[in-house]
Design a protein around this ligand. Sequence first.
Ligand SMILES: C[S@@+](CC[C@H](N)C(=O)[O-])C[C@H]1O[C@@H](n2cnc3c(N)ncnc32)[C@H](O)[C@@H]1O
Length: 311
Amino acid sequence: MNKIDQYYFDLIDKQRNVYQQAHLYQQNRADVSQYIDWLQCIETGEPLTLKNGVLTNISLTKSYKITDNIADFRDQSILDHDKKWSRLNEKFLNYHKSLTSYALMRNLPLTHYVSAVTNLAHVKGKTIVDVGAGTGQSQCSFFRYPEENTYFLVDPNVRLLHDQFIRVYPQLLETKMNHILSHAEKLPFKDHSVDIVMSLASIDHFADYKAFIKEAHRILKKDGQLLIFSHLDVPLGGRILTKLKTLKLSLPVLLEIVARKLFQLANRVSVDDHTLHFHNAKPMEEAMQESGFTIAKKESFMRYFYLLGKK
Ligand SMILES: C[S@@+](CC[C@H](N)C(=O)[O-])C[C@H]1O[C@@H](n2cnc3c(N)ncnc32)[C@H](O)[C@@H]1O
């Protein structure tokens, strides 16, 4: 049985409740040799060579491990010095394991809206660096032609694919992605080397969002695009009020809410694991302009925003 058959036979006809922990699957990862030309040493900026499963800079002062086709560029200084980031990151990883198909269904229209309205949904032939990409499911949920682009999943955590993504996006099994462990604040890419950098629902998890924006500007080609999308921090009271206004209460709805809350409690899903809380998009817009981007498109809607910058 080949790998794809195995994946599907694991899922077909199996009971799959909304509130249950996900089965996790490895990404379909490309070999690092396929994309080494995009990469550089995060300390010296030198090109890298690949030998015996290790990436090394030209002057042989720095090397990076590769495990299961994931190149590890994590900057230990961020982990050592930013205790707040490390604590919130641990909290976040509880949430990751308990991401439900409820969350997937709720988020799909949002992802589709942002990809359509920014005109990024239909890009072809682009090199895309998705920073804070998590599972990398955006390769196939955000982009309509994943096989036509070169996609980099960049994240400091190894986050495997939940079965719900495999069920919904068959292309995740069919299209390779380039998987890199790295922090947003120090990206292992050469200057002027990529077409699109994006951060979807991740900038408010970073330790230093301004450093990320500077890095995005450095690695983008001329006319390259930076997309930042996330939620805005609306106080809990306001959120509950909006929910109550739109909620049509019925027994199934109440049971749903109770099931969801019980699942979250049982799995210690935290309500807030963000390092940064943005009430509006202004600080990020200003940081983009300071780094040399022009704002091509922006919108704040409901409790979300996106900013599309051009280099
Ligand atoms: C809410 S998830 C969003 C994942 C994905 N973009 C999506 O929309 O499904 C936030 C992600 O940011 C990542 N993250 C946290 N700190 C980071 C940092 N300093 N640099 C890059 N990514 C980071 C987390 O590991 C996590 O995968």
